[in-house]
Design a protein around this ligand. Structure first.
Ligand code: WQD
Length: 326
């Protein structure tokens, strides 16, 4: 099989490319390089620069490389930005996917894996979120991911396309320093940035109904997440006609305060956090039940929070050498 990885020059996409090629799959990257970095694409993997809104270009790439499966990660992913620019998010994430699916259906590509998100659940009122927990996204970003799942599923039903939507929980870490996240929009890099600047990490609210009052999340190592894509791709290859929707998490809740304590210990900083007001829209607790992915794919996360923080820190120090001198 030859897999087209859209968004393959991004943080998560580059990990998927690496895992898929190491698993012996042929891959081609399709990325508009708006946030992706060309250097993340390994030698030997073709990079096609283009937008998923560009139907003619997609047609040429699908035919030209003999694509037999697509892993679609190309998307806008900032929750806050999506509130300010909903039309942009719907265009990029929903219309971009619709155009891609049209091209995929017409080319007769049999398999499709969608990058989805725990953001589809919104504020789940359950201890462990299963795939049957009702979806109630709280941002345009989450809405576009849910609409994307609907598009993918409906296309599968209509055309026989075999599909998997993977709902990522909180992704962190790096498989190697050069693949680390360069963005500073999630907890781990945001704490790294504060420590590097000599400032105290911030806890956005400690009055949540959780054991230590801070928000609880399910952190998943990006290398484990990438392996879940390999497993999903294989499941679609070997049994056509699938329609999978799967949580990709570890099923273990970790609080913001615990994360910051671990980060301080691992980085050698010793800066207790300061508590600031709640960030609007943050659910108290979002933790996956990871059972269905284990049953359907035989996939389970291998790395823990220690591995995530350690590997993310190595990537951070590579980009910010001053962070190591304190
Ligand atoms: C985690 C927790 C913060 C920074 C979002 C999207 C999700 C997915 C991942 C996309 C929260 C707290 C953070 C800080 C803090 N996105 N925090 N101090 O919001 O769980 O999930 O990113 O693809 O869809 O919703 O992740 O990393 O922003 O925050 O206290 O300096 O850390 O309030 O409770 P979140 P996050």
């Amino acid at each position: 099989m030859t897999w087209l990885i859209t968004g393959g020059a991004g943080y998560i996409g580059a990990h998927v490319v690496r895992a898929m090629t190491e698993a012996g799959e042929r891959t081609v990257v399709y990325d508009d390089l708006s946030t992706g970095i060309a250097e993340r694409v390994p030698p030997g993997v073709p990079l096609e620069v283009g937008s998923t809104l560009d139907r003619a270009r997609l047609d040429r790439v699908l035919a030209g490389h003999g694509i037999t499966g697509v892993v679609h990660l190309a998307a806008k992913k900032q929750v806050g930005e999506s509130v300010d620019r909903p039309l942009h998010y719907y265009r990029e994430n929903v219309e971009g996917l619709r155009v891609l699916l049209e091209a995929v259906a017409e080319a007769g590509v049999p398999s499709f894996v969608l990058s989805s998100s725990a953001a589809v659940y919104g504020t789940p009122d359950v201890d462990l979120v299963t795939e049957d927990t009702p979806c109630a996204p709280m941002s345009p970003y989450g809405e576009t991911k849910l609409a994307g799942e609907w598009l993918v599923r409906a296309t599968g039903r209509a055309t026989g396309l075999s599909t998997a939507s993977l709902r990522y929980f909180n992704v962190a870490g790096a498989a190697s320093p050069e693949l680390a996240d360069t963005g500073v929009s999630n907890l781990v890099p945001m704490v790294f940035e504060r420590l590097t600047e000599g400032a105290s990490p911030r806890v956005f609210g400690d009055d949540y109904p959780t054991p230590d009052g801070t928000c609880v999340r399910d952190y998943i190592h990006v290398a484990d997440l990438a392996e879940a894509h390999v497993a999903a791709a294989r499941a679609l290859e070997t049994s056509p006609g699938r329609d999978l929707t799967l949580n990709i998490g570890r099923g273990e809740g970790v609080s913001v305060r615990e994360m910051i304590d671990r980060i301080n210990a691992i980085t050698g900083y010793d800066r207790p956090p300061t508590v600031t007001p709640r960030r609007p829209g943050d659910p108290a607790r979002v933790v996956a039940s990871a059972d269905r992915a284990a049953t359907e794919l035989g996939w389970k996360a291998r790395y823990d929070v220690q591995d995530m923080i350690t590997s993310a820190w190595e990537g951070w120090v590579r980009l910010h050498p001053e962070a190591a001198r304190h």
